[in-house]
Write a protein that binds this ligand. Structure first.
Ligand code: NAD
Length: 486
């Protein structure tokens, strides 16, 4: 049963790329599904001096692809209003305040305000401060803040941002977006782990040999060198998305499926993550940069537009994480992410220990593997030992595979729709919490420091490969190998 959610969402950065591509279509879907009916309003704000009609046209264009029913689209757009406003100017918050109050009265919302910060991260703290000091927070119902990425660029800057936000909001009012947590197959980890006693019971060092998380991209840096050359794969993909996925995999079993208990269970793991010293960074992490490839379009990273000729940026990272927990004693969590790799893929491979049962002279059983395919095709693959058909008794791995159907794909909400919906419901289960973010930064900062001082080799890898040989050696040192080979 769908019941109406009463809410007023203010989008900062309302004319931006993210708002147009993702946010308005997501809110429109919630309207089409009936979660938003009469009592909702959207207030857009940005620097541009748009009239209300111009803004509504921008929203109309943004949802055009999903607006099969024109009357329905127009009924939705009726709930939008717009005010130009500079987020750094305290005085101009008055304009926004009156727009919010007007919309709130018009649609009978009574409090329940969500503020979505789809602006450059340097504005997050400023907006939070002025929302409070200039009286834009609701005095009845809830106030919630949705925060885009990145959440800081180091532990120090993240901590500063967190304290700025906490001056105006309680931590449980903060919804830190990591859109990987909104992905269907990432959310499916919990169903697999806790919905199947067979996996729940085996989710530990007794049965699991290693865990692998791969986020590989085929594209190179494209036109983003200005940002990417300072971030690299370590900050762009590992600190946030990869670590958040690892949180679902490494967590303890939550006492209940509520955001509070889920966070506590994830934090039990994050708090046990081993932070590396310089020697360990060199032992457990590999950084790489792409060279050219077989295709002429594969330029070396150093020859890409706006990349400094002497850049030591990591376009590839592979590493081993260790959790000092009884559950995970001796179990490596391998992560890797990079650009210009052989395939675009987000996947998790759980490698189970091989059985030790002796079938006489037969070939030994192999490691069973559970793979959770996140992108681009959702699915689950389970490779288990089975008998081969030869005369001798031998085992072989066979695959039990499931792929998300076309119908399921159509019915799967976009991460942004899910995250906005969850925020309206006050459910923080699929958002990054401060403790996890802080530890991810401490972990990554320790690696960044070694790289900044150039105290680790920078490997090169061929564009179109699956990364440097050193990343294969990292696993081979433990008797392991990457499951996904491109
Ligand atoms: P954008 O540059 O397209 O839009 C920025 C918006 O901020 C515009 O509406 C602009 O008017 C507004 N703005 C800028 N300065 C302002 C000021 N002083 N006062 C008021 N408004 C001001 O940016 P974007 O791509 O939409 O990204 C917004 C946020 O979302 C960023 O934090 C970004 O990191 C994050 N993000 C974007 C994407 C994406 O696909 N675009 C994906 C993930 C995260």
């Amino acid at each position: 049963m769908v019941s109406e959610l009463k809410t007023l969402v203010t989008f900062f950065g309302a004319t931006g790329d993210l708002a147009k591509r993702k946010l308005y279509p997501s809110v429109f879907n919630l309207f089409k599904k009936g979660y938003l009916q009469e009592h909702f309003a959207i207030v857009g704000t940005a620097r541009q001096d748009l009239t209300e009609d111009e803004f509504k046209q921008l929203v109309r264009d943004s949802i055009a692809g999903a607006a099969e029913d024109k009357a329905q689209a127009e009924a939705f757009i009726e709930h939008f209003s717009y005010r130009a406003h500079d987020v750094t100017d305290a005085a101009s918050y008055d304009v926004l305040k009156s727009a919010i109050e007007e919309a709130s009265d018009k649609f009978g919302i009574e409090g329940n305000r969500i503020f979505y910060m789809s602006v450059a991260p340097r504005f997050f703290g400023t907006i939070a401060k002025y929302l409070k000091s200039e009286g834009l927070l609701a005095t009845t119902g809830y106030n919630r803040l949705m925060i885009e990425k990145p959440f800081g660029t180091s532990y120090e800057t993240a901590e500063k941002l967190q304290s700025e936000l906490e001056n105006a909001f309680d931590d449980d009012q903060l919804f830190r977006i990591d859109h990987y947590l909104g992905k269907e197959m990432v959310q499916n980890i919990a169903a697999l782990r806790f919905g199947n006693p067979i996996f729940d019971a085996a989710w530990n060092k007794d049965y699991i040999k290693n865990v692998q998380v791969t986020l590989s991209e085929v594209l190179g840096v494209e036109e983003r060198a200005g940002y990417y050359d300072t971030a690299g794969a370590l900050l762009d993909m590992i600190q946030n998305h990869t670590m958040q996925i690892v949180g679902w995999l490494a967590m303890e079993k939550p006492d209940s499926f509520t955001d509070k208990d889920i966070r506590a269970a994830k934090n039990a793991a994050f708090n046990a993550l081993k932070i590396y010293n310089e020697e360990e960074v060199n032992k457990y992490f590999v950084r790489g940069q792409y060279a050219g490839g077989d295709s002429a379009e594969f330029k070396p990273y150093l020859e890409e537009m706006d990349v400094p000729a002497d850049s030591k940026n990591n376009t590839y990272i592979a590493g081993e994480l260790q959790f000092d927990l009884p559950r995970w004693e001796g179990v490596p969590f391998y992560v890797r992410s990079g650009k210009r790799l052989a395939a675009k893929q987000t996947r998790i491979d759980i490698v189970f220990k091989a059985g030790t049962f002796q079938f006489g002279a037969a070939q030994e059983a192999q490691e069973a593997i559970l793979s959770i395919l996140v992108d681009p095709t959702g699915g689950i693959e389970f490779k288990i030992n089975s008998k081969s058909v030869e005369d001798d008794f031998n085992t072989r791995l066979i695959g039990l595979d499931w792929q998300v159907s076309e119908e399921d794909k159509l019915n799967t909400p976009e991460p942004y729709e899910r995250m906005i919906h969850d925020t309206m419901n006050g459910d923080g289960s699929n958002f990054a919490d401060w403790n996890g973010v802080a530890i991810a930064w401490k972990f990554v900062d320790a690696i960044s420091a070694v790289y900044a001082a150039d105290k680790a080799p920078l490997e090169t890898y061929k564009s179109g490969s699956m990364g440097p040989a050193a990343a294969d050696k990292l696993l081979a040192n433990n008797g392991d190998a990457w499951v996904f080979k491109g």
